[in-house]
Design a protein around this ligand. Structure first.
Ligand SMILES: [Zn+2]
Length: 177
């Protein structure tokens, strides 16, 4: 006997891709309806939705943490923003080295430090961020001169301005002299 339910199930299985593309196309044309349908799905599948969100968050921990930080800065009415990728690129360009003490990840954990503190008019753009370990970050606090003091220690000529050269390069240059 012809089983319509089974037939349509198999038909769907065979043409999954087609259905998917069709749905995508429809969603593009009907963004409001898609939004409403997604909302309905979330209400109907609250438990599953929570689980999915949890799983996603577990897999993207650093993304979640980064977003939480951005929210915090937003509440403090900070100007500007930066992406997780920008922060990762910055750490890479500094060779995963703390700009204060020169220790490296994973020996230490690098944290985002605002070169000019937010409450002193600094922005949250990546150009105002430097990687510091927790110790250095705490010892710096809101001291604006911290960076210049450190630079003077390292290069008495004072030719380098704030974060032009990662500390490792500065060290290497000093060693060559
Ligand atoms: Zn440090």
């Amino acid at each position: 006997m012809f089983n319509k339910q089974q037939w349509s199930r198999e038909y769907y299985k065979k043409n999954k891709k087609k259905f998917y593309l069709y749905g995508k196309e429809w969603a593009k044309k009907n963004p409001d309806k898609k939004k409403a349908s997604r909302r309905r799905w979330r209400v109907k599948n609250a438990e599953k939705n929570r689980q999915l969100a949890n799983n996603w968050a577990k897999k993207n921990k650093d993304y979640v943490l980064h977003n939480a930080k951005l929210q915090k800065y937003k509440r403090r009415k900070a100007v500007g923003s930066h992406t997780l990728q920008e922060w990762k690129d910055l750490k890479k360009s500094c060779n995963y080295t703390c700009q204060g003490c020169g220790l490296k990840e994973p020996e230490i954990k690098l944290t985002e430090d605002h070169i000019i503190p937010l409450n002193k008019g600094g922005t949250n753009f990546i150009s105002n961020i430097q990687p510091l370990c927790k110790n250095c970050n705490c010892s710096k606090k809101d001291n604006l001169n911290w960076h210049l003091q450190r630079l003077n220690e390292k290069t008495p000529q004072g030719e380098a301005t704030v974060r032009t050269t990662p500390i490792t390069k500065r060290k290497r240059r000093d060693e060559q002299k």
